[in-house]
Design a protein around this ligand. Structure first.
Ligand code: 4NP
Length: 163
């Protein structure tokens, strides 16, 4: 059985597709494709069906990562279908848990920055209305947090990593 991760932001065109594709890149490098599966979603319906934002894709491409996928909205059924749900910021976190009225799935929902090596950083900032440095910052933060997340999963799930 694979361990299933869902990355969530507001629009699912900037931060969460970046997290999904960066994580896939790291998972691929560690030869863990059959053990870890990644997907992403947005709490809003604003961009359903859209590809990742071109500014975000450009920033990712600079680091050798191609952003794939189309925006979809987070759905209640995702609580059942995923083992871990990673919210990019506190608003996303709140909006996800708003759909879990009975509080059954709270343990599955974490902030992405809980896995960042810089303990001061609590959120992946929304880059949508800013300049290119905001998009570069998202990639830097996510490369670091995804690495921390992968190490945690490898440890907890007792996975074997390719050296
Ligand atoms: P994301 O960025 O949540 O990282 O995909 C945004 C995308 C779109 C909007 C806001 C943030 N928007 O307001 O349309």
């Amino acid at each position: 059985m694979s361990y299933k991760l869902l990355f969530v932001c507001l629009g699912n065109i900037c931060r969460s597709p970046s997290a999904e594709n960066i994580m896939n890149y790291l998972v691929d490098r560690a030869d863990l494709n059959s053990a870890i599966i990644c997907d992403s979603a947005g709490t809003s319906s604003y961009h359903i069906g859209s590809p990742p934002d071109s500014r975000m894709s450009f920033a990712a491409k600079q680091r050798g990562i191609t952003l794939k996928g189309r925006s979809r909205q987070f759905h209640k059924s995702d609580f059942e279908n995923f083992d871990l749900i990673l919210a990019m910021d506190r608003d996303n976190y709140r909006n996800i848990l708003y759909l879990d009225r009975e509080g059954i799935y709270e343990d599955k929902v974490k902030l992405m920055c809980d896995f960042a090596s810089d303990r001061q950083v609590k959120e992946v900032p929304d880059p949508y209305y800013g300049g290119s440095e905001g998009f570069d910052n998202v990639i830097d933060l996510l490369l670091d947090a995804c690495d921390g997340l992968l190490q945690e999963i490898v440890k907890k799930q007792k996975l074997m990593v390719k050296e």
